[in-house]
Design a binder for this molecule. Sequence first.
Ligand SMILES: [Zn+2]
Length: 462
Amino acid sequence: MVSKGLQVSFEKDKCIITAGPTLVATANQVGDLYLLDVMNETLSAHVVTLQTLHERMAHVNVQGIASMIHNNVVSGINVRQSDVITAIYPTSDNHSFICPACVFGKATRSVIPKQRSSSRAQNCLDLVHSDVCGPLEVQSVGSSRYFITFVDDHSTWVVVYTMRNKSEAKAHLELNGTQHQLTTAYNPEQKGVAERLNRTLIDFVRSMLSHKQVSKRFWAEALATSIYVRNRVTSRALPVNTTPHHIWMNSTPNVGHLRVFGSKCWYTLPKLELRKLDLRAREAMFLGYSQCSRAYKLWDGELNKIVVSRDVKFDESTCGMHDIPAHESDSTNSDDDVGEVSEEVLENDGARSVSENDDDEDDVPPPVETPNVTAPTPTPAVRRSSRVSRPPASWWRSNFAAALLSHAHIAIEGSKTFKQATNGPRAAFWQTGIDKELSSQTKNRTWKLVPRSEASNIFTSR
Ligand SMILES: [Zn+2]
Protein backbone atom coordinates (compact mmCIF):
# COMPACT_ATOMS: atom_id res chain seq x y z
CA MET A 1 0.00 0.00 0.00
CA VAL A 2 2.87 2.32 0.82
CA SER A 3 4.37 1.70 -2.64
CA LYS A 4 1.00 2.78 -4.10
CA GLY A 5 1.29 6.11 -2.32
CA LEU A 6 -0.92 5.38 0.67
CA GLN A 7 0.00 6.10 4.28
CA VAL A 8 -0.57 3.36 6.83
CA SER A 9 -0.52 4.18 10.51
CA PHE A 10 -1.21 2.03 13.54
CA GLU A 11 -2.93 3.20 16.68
CA LYS A 12 -4.24 1.30 19.66
CA ASP A 13 -6.33 -1.60 18.26
CA LYS A 14 -6.70 0.23 14.96
CA CYS A 15 -4.96 0.69 11.63
CA ILE A 16 -5.69 3.75 9.51
CA ILE A 17 -4.97 3.95 5.79
CA THR A 18 -4.96 7.39 4.21
CA ALA A 19 -4.15 8.96 0.87
CA GLY A 20 -2.91 12.39 1.85
CA PRO A 21 -5.71 14.03 3.82
CA THR A 22 -8.32 11.49 2.67
CA LEU A 23 -9.19 8.52 4.84
CA VAL A 24 -9.20 5.43 2.63
CA ALA A 25 -9.86 2.61 5.05
CA THR A 26 -9.63 1.53 8.64
CA ALA A 27 -8.92 -1.85 10.18
CA ASN A 28 -9.55 -3.10 13.69
CA GLN A 29 -7.18 -5.40 15.50
CA VAL A 30 -8.59 -8.85 16.17
CA GLY A 31 -5.95 -10.99 17.84
CA ASP A 32 -2.77 -10.61 15.82
CA LEU A 33 -4.58 -9.52 12.68
CA TYR A 34 -6.09 -6.25 11.48
CA LEU A 35 -9.46 -6.78 9.83
CA LEU A 36 -10.35 -4.28 7.14
CA ASP A 37 -13.74 -2.66 7.63
CA VAL A 38 -15.19 -3.90 4.39
CA MET A 39 -18.94 -4.12 4.14
CA ASN A 40 -21.19 -5.88 1.65
CA GLU A 41 -20.96 -4.60 -1.90
CA THR A 42 -19.27 -1.36 -1.01
CA LEU A 43 -15.70 -1.16 0.13
CA SER A 44 -15.06 0.85 3.21
CA ALA A 45 -13.05 3.19 1.04
CA HIS A 46 -16.41 4.60 0.06
CA VAL A 47 -16.73 7.75 2.09
CA VAL A 48 -20.20 8.69 3.29
CA THR A 49 -21.47 12.03 4.51
CA LEU A 50 -22.64 12.62 8.04
CA GLN A 51 -26.08 13.43 6.65
CA THR A 52 -26.28 9.98 5.05
CA LEU A 53 -25.17 8.43 8.33
CA HIS A 54 -27.80 10.48 10.16
CA GLU A 55 -30.43 9.04 7.81
CA ARG A 56 -29.07 5.52 8.11
CA MET A 57 -28.95 5.75 11.89
CA ALA A 58 -32.64 6.44 12.44
CA HIS A 59 -32.08 10.23 12.56
CA VAL A 60 -29.98 10.37 15.70
CA ASN A 61 -28.06 13.55 16.40
CA VAL A 62 -25.28 14.32 13.87
CA GLN A 63 -22.92 15.66 16.50
CA GLY A 64 -23.31 12.47 18.48
CA ILE A 65 -22.57 10.36 15.41
CA ALA A 66 -19.45 12.41 14.71
CA SER A 67 -18.36 12.01 18.30
CA MET A 68 -18.78 8.22 18.12
CA ILE A 69 -16.70 8.08 14.93
CA HIS A 70 -14.04 10.36 16.41
CA ASN A 71 -13.74 8.14 19.48
CA ASN A 72 -13.86 4.84 17.57
CA VAL A 73 -17.01 3.81 19.39
CA VAL A 74 -18.39 2.26 16.20
CA SER A 75 -16.61 0.70 13.25
CA GLY A 76 -17.22 0.02 9.59
CA ILE A 77 -17.69 3.55 8.28
CA ASN A 78 -15.55 6.20 6.70
CA VAL A 79 -16.43 9.84 7.00
CA ARG A 80 -14.13 12.72 6.12
CA GLN A 81 -12.21 13.71 9.19
CA SER A 82 -12.92 17.37 8.47
CA ASP A 83 -16.69 16.68 8.50
CA VAL A 84 -16.34 14.93 11.85
CA ILE A 85 -14.41 17.81 13.39
CA THR A 86 -16.84 20.36 11.94
CA ALA A 87 -19.81 18.48 13.40
CA ILE A 88 -18.22 18.11 16.83
CA TYR A 89 -17.11 21.74 17.02
CA PRO A 90 -19.74 23.66 15.04
CA THR A 91 -19.18 27.33 14.32
CA SER A 92 -21.82 29.92 13.48
CA ASP A 93 -21.07 29.29 9.78
CA ASN A 94 -21.45 25.55 9.66
CA HIS A 95 -24.08 24.52 12.19
CA SER A 96 -26.98 24.78 9.75
CA PHE A 97 -27.64 21.06 9.29
CA ILE A 98 -31.38 20.73 8.87
CA CYS A 99 -33.10 17.43 8.21
CA PRO A 100 -36.73 17.95 7.07
CA ALA A 101 -37.69 14.46 8.29
CA CYS A 102 -36.52 15.41 11.78
CA VAL A 103 -38.57 18.60 11.61
CA PHE A 104 -41.67 16.59 10.64
CA GLY A 105 -40.97 13.87 13.16
CA LYS A 106 -39.55 16.11 15.90
CA ALA A 107 -37.01 13.36 16.30
CA THR A 108 -33.59 14.92 16.43
CA ARG A 109 -32.45 13.37 19.63
CA SER A 110 -29.09 13.36 21.14
CA VAL A 111 -27.20 10.11 20.83
CA ILE A 112 -26.40 10.70 24.45
CA PRO A 113 -29.71 11.14 26.28
CA LYS A 114 -30.24 12.94 29.53
CA GLN A 115 -28.22 11.49 32.33
CA ARG A 116 -30.21 9.42 34.79
CA SER A 117 -29.88 10.09 38.46
CA SER A 118 -30.15 6.53 39.74
CA SER A 119 -27.42 3.97 39.41
CA ARG A 120 -27.56 1.15 36.89
CA ALA A 121 -28.21 -2.46 37.79
CA GLN A 122 -25.00 -4.38 38.37
CA ASN A 123 -25.43 -7.10 35.77
CA CYS A 124 -27.23 -7.71 32.52
CA LEU A 125 -30.83 -8.76 33.18
CA ASP A 126 -30.78 -7.98 36.89
CA LEU A 127 -33.54 -5.50 36.16
CA VAL A 128 -35.61 -5.10 33.02
CA HIS A 129 -37.97 -2.21 32.37
CA SER A 130 -40.98 -2.69 30.18
CA ASP A 131 -43.74 -0.60 28.72
CA VAL A 132 -46.61 -1.22 26.34
CA CYS A 133 -47.41 1.34 23.66
CA GLY A 134 -50.57 1.49 21.55
CA PRO A 135 -52.98 1.20 19.98
CA LEU A 136 -51.34 2.76 16.96
CA GLU A 137 -53.68 4.18 14.37
CA VAL A 138 -52.81 1.62 11.71
CA GLN A 139 -52.09 -2.05 11.77
CA SER A 140 -48.60 -3.07 10.83
CA VAL A 141 -48.08 -5.42 7.90
CA GLY A 142 -48.02 -8.16 10.51
CA SER A 143 -51.44 -6.96 11.79
CA SER A 144 -50.11 -5.49 15.05
CA ARG A 145 -51.32 -2.34 16.76
CA TYR A 146 -49.29 -2.50 19.96
CA PHE A 147 -45.73 -3.01 20.91
CA ILE A 148 -43.96 -3.83 24.14
CA THR A 149 -40.35 -2.88 24.77
CA PHE A 150 -37.97 -4.46 27.25
CA VAL A 151 -34.98 -2.44 28.35
CA ASP A 152 -32.17 -4.12 30.21
CA ASP A 153 -31.20 -1.70 32.98
CA HIS A 154 -27.50 -2.61 33.03
CA SER A 155 -26.73 -2.47 29.31
CA THR A 156 -29.79 -0.44 28.13
CA TRP A 157 -30.11 -3.06 25.39
CA VAL A 158 -33.64 -2.96 24.00
CA VAL A 159 -35.86 -5.54 22.36
CA VAL A 160 -39.39 -5.14 21.11
CA TYR A 161 -42.35 -7.38 20.46
CA THR A 162 -45.26 -6.22 18.37
CA MET A 163 -48.70 -7.40 19.40
CA ARG A 164 -52.21 -7.51 18.00
CA ASN A 165 -53.79 -6.94 21.42
CA LYS A 166 -52.62 -5.34 24.60
CA SER A 167 -53.57 -8.49 26.48
CA GLU A 168 -50.78 -10.36 24.74
CA ALA A 169 -48.27 -8.52 26.91
CA LYS A 170 -49.73 -9.77 30.18
CA ALA A 171 -50.18 -13.28 28.87
CA HIS A 172 -46.65 -13.22 27.61
CA LEU A 173 -45.19 -12.26 30.95
CA GLU A 174 -47.37 -14.64 32.96
CA LEU A 175 -46.67 -17.52 30.61
CA ASN A 176 -42.98 -17.16 31.25
CA GLY A 177 -43.21 -16.88 35.00
CA THR A 178 -42.21 -13.26 35.20
CA GLN A 179 -43.06 -11.24 38.28
CA HIS A 180 -44.81 -8.17 37.03
CA GLN A 181 -44.23 -5.33 39.41
CA LEU A 182 -46.30 -2.26 38.68
CA THR A 183 -44.82 1.14 39.26
CA THR A 184 -46.01 3.23 42.13
CA ALA A 185 -47.49 6.57 41.23
CA TYR A 186 -45.22 8.24 43.75
CA ASN A 187 -41.96 7.05 42.30
CA PRO A 188 -41.35 8.80 38.98
CA GLU A 189 -37.83 7.43 38.76
CA GLN A 190 -39.21 3.92 38.34
CA LYS A 191 -41.63 4.75 35.61
CA GLY A 192 -39.23 6.66 33.45
CA VAL A 193 -37.01 4.36 31.51
CA ALA A 194 -39.24 2.29 29.24
CA GLU A 195 -41.98 4.86 28.87
CA ARG A 196 -39.54 7.60 27.84
CA LEU A 197 -37.88 5.18 25.49
CA ASN A 198 -41.18 4.38 23.78
CA ARG A 199 -41.91 8.06 23.24
CA THR A 200 -38.46 8.53 21.74
CA LEU A 201 -38.86 5.49 19.53
CA ILE A 202 -42.17 6.76 18.17
CA ASP A 203 -40.43 10.05 17.28
CA PHE A 204 -37.80 8.11 15.38
CA VAL A 205 -40.44 6.04 13.60
CA ARG A 206 -42.28 9.20 12.56
CA SER A 207 -39.11 10.68 11.07
CA MET A 208 -38.10 7.47 9.33
CA LEU A 209 -41.53 7.04 7.74
CA SER A 210 -41.65 10.70 6.76
CA HIS A 211 -38.16 10.77 5.28
CA LYS A 212 -38.89 8.39 2.40
CA GLN A 213 -42.68 8.74 2.44
CA VAL A 214 -43.04 5.20 3.67
CA SER A 215 -46.55 3.99 4.43
CA LYS A 216 -47.52 4.02 8.11
CA ARG A 217 -48.27 0.33 7.97
CA PHE A 218 -44.51 -0.25 8.08
CA TRP A 219 -44.29 1.27 11.56
CA ALA A 220 -43.25 -2.07 13.09
CA GLU A 221 -40.32 -2.36 10.69
CA ALA A 222 -39.29 1.25 11.32
CA LEU A 223 -39.52 0.58 15.04
CA ALA A 224 -37.36 -2.53 14.83
CA THR A 225 -34.82 -0.65 12.74
CA SER A 226 -34.70 2.29 15.15
CA ILE A 227 -34.06 -0.13 18.03
CA TYR A 228 -31.39 -1.92 16.00
CA VAL A 229 -29.63 1.45 15.63
CA ARG A 230 -30.28 2.58 19.19
CA ASN A 231 -28.57 -0.52 20.53
CA ARG A 232 -25.48 0.61 18.64
CA VAL A 233 -25.19 4.21 19.79
CA THR A 234 -23.82 5.75 22.94
CA SER A 235 -25.93 6.45 25.95
CA ARG A 236 -25.27 8.68 28.92
CA ALA A 237 -26.75 5.99 31.11
CA LEU A 238 -23.64 4.00 30.20
CA PRO A 239 -19.94 4.69 30.71
CA VAL A 240 -18.42 7.19 28.26
CA ASN A 241 -18.03 5.93 24.69
CA THR A 242 -19.95 2.77 25.43
CA THR A 243 -22.98 1.47 23.58
CA PRO A 244 -25.51 -1.17 24.65
CA HIS A 245 -23.87 -3.39 22.03
CA HIS A 246 -20.52 -3.15 23.85
CA ILE A 247 -22.08 -4.52 27.02
CA TRP A 248 -24.68 -6.92 25.67
CA MET A 249 -22.61 -8.36 22.82
CA ASN A 250 -19.21 -7.63 24.31
CA SER A 251 -17.98 -6.10 21.05
CA THR A 252 -17.72 -2.83 19.14
CA PRO A 253 -20.76 -2.33 16.92
CA ASN A 254 -20.05 -2.30 13.22
CA VAL A 255 -22.43 0.11 11.53
CA GLY A 256 -21.03 -0.12 8.00
CA HIS A 257 -23.94 -2.20 6.76
CA LEU A 258 -26.62 0.28 7.85
CA ARG A 259 -28.72 1.74 5.05
CA VAL A 260 -31.40 4.44 4.85
CA PHE A 261 -34.81 3.06 5.85
CA GLY A 262 -37.34 3.22 3.01
CA SER A 263 -34.75 3.48 0.23
CA LYS A 264 -35.20 1.94 -3.15
CA CYS A 265 -33.16 -1.22 -3.64
CA TRP A 266 -32.81 -4.27 -5.84
CA TYR A 267 -32.28 -7.81 -4.64
CA THR A 268 -30.72 -10.56 -6.67
CA LEU A 269 -32.90 -13.58 -7.35
CA PRO A 270 -31.65 -17.11 -6.68
CA LYS A 271 -30.06 -18.48 -9.84
CA LEU A 272 -31.80 -21.81 -9.45
CA GLU A 273 -35.21 -20.26 -10.02
CA LEU A 274 -34.32 -18.32 -13.15
CA ARG A 275 -34.62 -19.11 -16.81
CA LYS A 276 -32.16 -17.66 -19.28
CA LEU A 277 -34.11 -14.51 -20.16
CA ASP A 278 -35.54 -13.80 -16.72
CA LEU A 279 -34.44 -10.59 -15.04
CA ARG A 280 -31.79 -11.25 -12.40
CA ALA A 281 -33.07 -8.83 -9.77
CA ARG A 282 -36.28 -7.32 -8.41
CA GLU A 283 -37.00 -3.84 -7.14
CA ALA A 284 -37.91 -3.43 -3.48
CA MET A 285 -37.96 -1.05 -0.53
CA PHE A 286 -35.46 -1.38 2.32
CA LEU A 287 -37.15 -2.21 5.64
CA GLY A 288 -34.39 -3.17 8.03
CA TYR A 289 -32.13 -5.94 9.21
CA SER A 290 -32.98 -9.58 9.53
CA GLN A 291 -31.69 -10.73 12.87
CA CYS A 292 -31.78 -14.41 12.11
CA SER A 293 -29.95 -14.57 8.82
CA ARG A 294 -27.68 -11.51 8.73
CA ALA A 295 -29.44 -10.12 5.75
CA TYR A 296 -31.55 -7.16 4.74
CA LYS A 297 -35.32 -7.11 5.06
CA LEU A 298 -37.05 -5.70 2.00
CA TRP A 299 -40.59 -5.05 0.86
CA ASP A 300 -41.41 -6.29 -2.61
CA GLY A 301 -44.50 -4.20 -3.34
CA GLU A 302 -45.40 -6.11 -6.48
CA LEU A 303 -45.38 -9.44 -4.69
CA ASN A 304 -46.86 -7.82 -1.55
CA LYS A 305 -44.38 -9.60 0.67
CA ILE A 306 -41.31 -9.14 2.81
CA VAL A 307 -38.17 -10.61 1.32
CA VAL A 308 -34.97 -11.31 3.22
CA SER A 309 -31.88 -11.14 1.04
CA ARG A 310 -28.15 -10.77 1.48
CA ASP A 311 -27.44 -9.61 -2.02
CA VAL A 312 -28.90 -6.12 -2.28
CA LYS A 313 -28.00 -2.95 -4.16
CA PHE A 314 -29.26 0.33 -2.73
CA ASP A 315 -30.18 3.74 -4.08
CA GLU A 316 -30.38 5.63 -0.81
CA SER A 317 -31.30 8.87 -2.55
CA THR A 318 -34.63 7.49 -3.78
CA CYS A 319 -37.83 6.38 -2.06
CA GLY A 320 -38.53 2.68 -2.36
CA MET A 321 -42.31 2.83 -2.30
CA HIS A 322 -43.72 4.82 -5.18
CA ASP A 323 -47.04 3.10 -5.41
CA ILE A 324 -49.06 2.27 -2.31
CA PRO A 325 -51.74 -0.39 -2.82
CA ALA A 326 -55.24 1.06 -3.09
CA HIS A 327 -56.70 -1.17 -0.38
CA GLU A 328 -54.37 0.27 2.20
CA SER A 329 -55.83 2.74 4.62
CA ASP A 330 -53.70 4.90 6.84
CA SER A 331 -56.69 6.60 8.34
CA THR A 332 -57.43 6.66 12.03
CA ASN A 333 -59.34 3.69 13.45
CA SER A 334 -58.80 1.66 10.35
CA ASP A 335 -59.66 -1.94 11.03
CA ASP A 336 -58.73 -3.05 7.56
CA ASP A 337 -56.54 -6.03 7.70
CA VAL A 338 -53.99 -5.89 4.97
CA GLY A 339 -53.73 -9.62 5.30
CA GLU A 340 -50.99 -11.93 6.36
CA VAL A 341 -47.73 -10.94 4.83
CA SER A 342 -45.30 -13.64 4.02
CA GLU A 343 -41.58 -13.47 4.43
CA GLU A 344 -39.23 -15.17 2.06
CA VAL A 345 -35.59 -15.75 2.75
CA LEU A 346 -33.43 -15.76 -0.33
CA GLU A 347 -30.07 -17.43 -0.34
CA ASN A 348 -27.77 -16.58 -3.18
CA ASP A 349 -24.61 -18.30 -4.21
CA GLY A 350 -21.67 -16.24 -3.13
CA ALA A 351 -23.86 -13.77 -1.30
CA ARG A 352 -21.99 -11.80 1.28
CA SER A 353 -23.01 -11.38 4.82
CA VAL A 354 -24.58 -8.14 5.90
CA SER A 355 -22.70 -8.02 9.13
CA GLU A 356 -19.07 -8.09 9.89
CA ASN A 357 -17.50 -10.52 12.29
CA ASP A 358 -17.89 -8.34 15.29
CA ASP A 359 -21.57 -7.84 14.77
CA ASP A 360 -22.71 -11.10 16.18
CA GLU A 361 -26.42 -10.73 16.61
CA ASP A 362 -26.83 -14.45 16.55
CA ASP A 363 -24.44 -14.92 19.38
CA VAL A 364 -25.71 -15.81 22.77
CA PRO A 365 -25.58 -12.74 24.99
CA PRO A 366 -22.69 -12.63 27.43
CA PRO A 367 -23.12 -14.85 30.45
CA VAL A 368 -24.70 -13.22 33.43
CA GLU A 369 -24.89 -14.11 37.04
CA THR A 370 -28.20 -15.26 38.34
CA PRO A 371 -29.71 -12.28 40.07
CA ASN A 372 -31.60 -12.25 43.28
CA VAL A 373 -35.27 -12.61 42.75
CA THR A 374 -37.20 -9.59 43.90
CA ALA A 375 -40.38 -10.43 45.74
CA PRO A 376 -43.43 -8.79 44.21
CA THR A 377 -44.44 -5.70 46.13
CA PRO A 378 -48.12 -4.82 46.16
CA THR A 379 -48.61 -1.20 45.27
CA PRO A 380 -51.85 0.68 45.86
CA ALA A 381 -51.65 3.13 42.99
CA VAL A 382 -50.27 2.06 39.68
CA ARG A 383 -49.27 3.71 36.47
CA ARG A 384 -49.11 2.39 32.97
CA SER A 385 -45.42 1.81 32.97
CA SER A 386 -44.10 -1.27 34.63
CA ARG A 387 -40.93 -2.49 36.14
CA VAL A 388 -40.10 -6.11 35.73
CA SER A 389 -37.90 -8.16 38.00
CA ARG A 390 -36.58 -11.25 36.39
CA PRO A 391 -36.73 -14.57 38.15
CA PRO A 392 -35.01 -17.19 35.94
CA ALA A 393 -31.92 -16.02 34.09
CA SER A 394 -32.45 -18.44 31.25
CA TRP A 395 -35.94 -17.27 30.38
CA TRP A 396 -35.02 -13.67 29.77
CA ARG A 397 -31.94 -14.54 27.86
CA SER A 398 -33.71 -16.94 25.57
CA ASN A 399 -36.65 -14.62 25.10
CA PHE A 400 -34.47 -11.62 24.37
CA ALA A 401 -32.82 -13.72 21.71
CA ALA A 402 -36.22 -14.86 20.48
CA ALA A 403 -37.38 -11.28 20.28
CA LEU A 404 -34.39 -10.45 18.19
CA LEU A 405 -35.32 -13.20 15.82
CA SER A 406 -38.96 -12.34 15.36
CA HIS A 407 -39.83 -8.85 16.40
CA ALA A 408 -42.15 -8.09 13.53
CA HIS A 409 -44.63 -10.95 14.03
CA ILE A 410 -44.45 -11.75 10.38
CA ALA A 411 -45.72 -15.06 9.19
CA ILE A 412 -42.88 -17.04 7.75
CA GLU A 413 -43.64 -18.47 4.42
CA GLY A 414 -41.79 -21.61 3.78
CA SER A 415 -42.13 -25.30 4.11
CA LYS A 416 -41.89 -26.89 7.50
CA THR A 417 -41.75 -30.49 6.31
CA PHE A 418 -40.24 -32.42 3.44
CA LYS A 419 -43.75 -33.23 2.19
CA GLN A 420 -44.77 -29.54 2.14
CA ALA A 421 -41.57 -28.56 0.40
CA THR A 422 -41.75 -31.15 -2.33
CA ASN A 423 -45.47 -30.63 -2.98
CA GLY A 424 -45.54 -26.82 -2.85
CA PRO A 425 -45.27 -24.33 -5.70
CA ARG A 426 -41.49 -24.20 -5.26
CA ALA A 427 -41.06 -27.97 -5.31
CA ALA A 428 -38.49 -27.90 -8.13
CA PHE A 429 -36.43 -25.33 -6.27
CA TRP A 430 -36.49 -27.37 -3.07
CA GLN A 431 -35.74 -30.64 -4.86
CA THR A 432 -32.67 -29.13 -6.54
CA GLY A 433 -31.47 -27.89 -3.17
CA ILE A 434 -32.12 -31.25 -1.50
CA ASP A 435 -30.28 -33.14 -4.24
CA LYS A 436 -27.34 -30.74 -4.01
CA GLU A 437 -27.16 -31.09 -0.24
CA LEU A 438 -27.43 -34.88 -0.34
CA SER A 439 -24.72 -35.25 -2.96
CA SER A 440 -22.48 -32.96 -0.92
CA GLN A 441 -23.08 -35.09 2.19
CA THR A 442 -22.30 -38.26 0.26
CA LYS A 443 -19.24 -36.75 -1.37
CA ASN A 444 -17.85 -35.65 1.98
CA ARG A 445 -18.67 -39.03 3.52
CA THR A 446 -20.61 -37.31 6.28
CA TRP A 447 -22.57 -40.46 7.01
CA LYS A 448 -23.11 -44.00 5.85
CA LEU A 449 -26.49 -45.62 5.40
CA VAL A 450 -26.69 -48.89 7.33
CA PRO A 451 -29.55 -51.32 8.03
CA ARG A 452 -31.47 -50.52 11.19
CA SER A 453 -30.39 -52.62 14.14
CA GLU A 454 -32.94 -53.81 16.69
CA ALA A 455 -30.26 -53.75 19.37
CA SER A 456 -29.50 -50.02 18.98
CA ASN A 457 -31.27 -47.02 20.44
CA ILE A 458 -32.36 -44.77 17.59
CA PHE A 459 -32.17 -41.02 18.06
CA THR A 460 -34.17 -38.69 15.88
CA SER A 461 -32.36 -35.85 14.22
CA ARG A 462 -32.99 -32.87 11.97
ZN1 LIG B 1 -33.20 13.52 10.34
